[in-house]
Design a protein around this ligand. Structure first.
Ligand SMILES: Nc1ncnc2c1ncn2[C@@H]1O[C@H](COP(=O)(O)OP(=O)(O)OP(=O)(O)O)[C@@H](O)[C@H]1O
Length: 225
């Protein structure tokens, strides 16, 4: 089977002075394409570290990390840059939108960074804002939007360049229950309508039970629930 994510024997530790602190211990993870998968676990158990390695923000110490068949461990910086730019979308807890840009301009950014013409980027951004249910807010800046709307703009920004996979680090952590529900529904739509694989870290027990499969991290060990 070709997996979206295929991780084998992944190990990661951090050095603190003379101490080596193991954070990820022999992780195995296989996520089929076009699935919605959740990861829970106590604070400090290693969830963000795993997500950061999958999104090529951090590097593994040992093991194999294949995303859609491409090996990330020991990949060249050029390959990792193309991977981050073209293949993945990332959604954070605190949105990370540019405060002085409106929704359409925020969503356009990945396309402009990839060298697409401004007119194309703006038209495509408006199409994606329509998909996330915010076409009527295209010219609103972040301070004029609710938390849920801001997160839907950041999801629009994460999918505008048509990535194969979205990684979310507590994407509902800063939202009320109704907005959280809308965000999860939107991720499910990304999977069913757009064929994107979605992998999110959550502290919400209810969300941690949704999707195709659910994992738990405990002291750097990954367990399938
Ligand atoms: N850059 C770093 N240098 C040193 N230690 C780090 C670094 N990043 C993370 N750690 C440590 O690795 C461990 C796991 O951190 P990580 O952020 O992955 O946990 P988490 O499960 O995502 O926690 P939370 O739910 O609080 O976000 C923690 O003990 C943390 O202090």
């Amino acid at each position: 089977m070709n997996y979206a994510v295929d991780v084998k024997n992944l190990k990661k530790s951090y050095k603190q002075g003379s101490l080596t602190i193991p954070v990820l211990q022999n992780i195995h993870l296989q996520i089929p394409a076009k699935q919605f998968v959740t990861l829970m676990g106590p604070s400090g158990s290693g969830k963000s570290t795993l997500l950061n390695i999958l999104s090529a923000i951090e590097t593994a110490d040992e093991g194999s990390v294949q995303i859609f068949g491409q090996e990330m461990v020991d990949a060249t910086e050029g390959k990792l840059t193309r991977y981050r730019r073209d293949q993945i979308g990332i959604v954070f807890q605190f949105f990370h939108l540019f405060p002085y840009l409106n929704a359409m301009e925020n969503v356009s950014i990945p396309l402009l960074l990839a060298g697409k013409p401004k007119k194309y980027a703006e038209q495509k951004s408006k199409e994606i804002l329509d998909i996330v249910g915010l076409s009527h807010r295209w010219n609103f800046t972040p301070k004029e939007m609710s938390g849920g709307e801001k997160q839907r703009v950041s999801i629009a920004r994460s999918i505008v360049h048509e990535p194969k996979i979205i990684f979310g680090d507590e994407p509902t952590g800063n939202l009320d229950s109704k907005s959280s529900e809308q965000v999860i529904e939107l991720f499910q739509k990304c999977v069913s309508d757009l064929g994107i694989t979605v992998f999110i870290v959550t502290h919400n027990e209810g969300i941690g039970k949704t999707g195709n499969s659910n994992y738990r991290m405990l002291d750097g060990h990954l367990i399938k629930k």
